[in-house]
Design a protein around this ligand. Structure first.
Ligand SMILES: Nc1ncnc2c1ncn2[C@@H]1O[C@H](COP(=O)(O)OP(=O)(O)O)[C@@H](O)[C@H]1O
Ligand SMILES: [Mg+2]
Length: 244
């Protein structure tokens, strides 16, 4: 049987420490000995094709799922943003942002809305928002909780290309300002190289590459060094050179 999960905070300077993590669903082993340290304030990206266990790992880090074996130590204030905004339709935007928090945080909720570019949207209903706006509300809801660890599960995947770029920029900006440790789960190599300080590929249940991305921000495909990183990750994802 495993050691306890979340027996305490990660050691000094770390937001997350994972050792020997295993997780199976029935006969299928999804995570098979994952070891991972993430520093406080680090922007970390976890790359992997669909079905490799990225969401499972994130859910374990969030405390929503129990591993079969291994230890997870993590900073206490963790919050997740999903692919869908998951807003409550019957609550106005500000109430969604501050959901479950005391009324004293309403002002902080308004500030968080302003930070994501939605000043004055507090009384709007979720149904009146575009997909991008709804996802900004989800970001504000995370921000107002002042997370030490921000868990992002493909938060841009459902957005159109232009909105995705704008959201990536916004997340980069917010994270540079508030400095949570970030775990960004994505299958998009460009997104990972654009945003992260460090990228790891999840493959066959274990972490395959672990690469620091030491390029200046803002980054795009023309940033020197970008393409070299991109190629490396594509290769590790099993994409052949011809398709690069
Ligand atoms: N609750 C569950 N019960 C059974 N199988 C699951 C469950 N959650 C995930 N899986 C399986 O585990 C594998 C990894 O899933 P997931 O972590 O969602 O992958 P990813 O996020 O990388 O696409 C998939 O084969 C998925 O079907
Ligand atoms: Mg997933």
């Amino acid at each position: 049987m495993s050691e306890p999960v979340f027996p305490g905070e990660a050691p000094d300077g770390l937001a997350i420490r994972v050792r020997g993590l295993r997780k199976s669903f029935g006969a299928k082993t999804v995570l098979d000995g994952v070891d991972l340290d993430i520093r406080r304030g680090e922007f970390f990206a976890l790359l992997g094709p669909s079905g490799t266990g990225k969401t499972t790992l994130l859910r374990i880090l969030a405390g929503l799922e129990l591993p079969d074996a291994g230890t997870v130590l993590a900073a206490r204030r963790r919050t997740t943003v999903y692919q869908e905004p998951r807003l409550i339709p019957a609550r106005r935007v500000l109430a969604n942002v501050t959901l479950g928090l005391p009324s004293s945080v309403r002002e902080a909720g308004r500030r968080a809305l302003a930070e994501v570019g939605l000043e004055g949207y507090g009384r709007a209903w979720p149904a009146t928002l575009s997909g991008g706006e709804a996802q900004r509300v989800a970001l504000a809801r995370a921000l107002v909780r002042d997370p030490e660890v921000l868990l992002l599960d493909e938060p841009f995947a459902a957005l159109d290309a232009l909105t995705r770029l704008q959201m990536q920029e916004l997340v980069a900006e917010l994270c540079a300002r508030h400095r949570p440790a970030v775990v960004l789960v994505t299958h998009d190599v460009d997104e990972a190289v654009r945003l992260a300080d460090r990228v790891v590929v999840l493959r066959e249940g274990a972490l395959a590459v672990d690469q620091a991305i030491d390029l200046p921000h803002p980054r795009d495909r023309d940033t020197p060094g970008f393409t070299a990183h991109r190629r490396l990750f594509l290769t590790h994802l099993g994409v052949t050179a011809a398709a690069h």
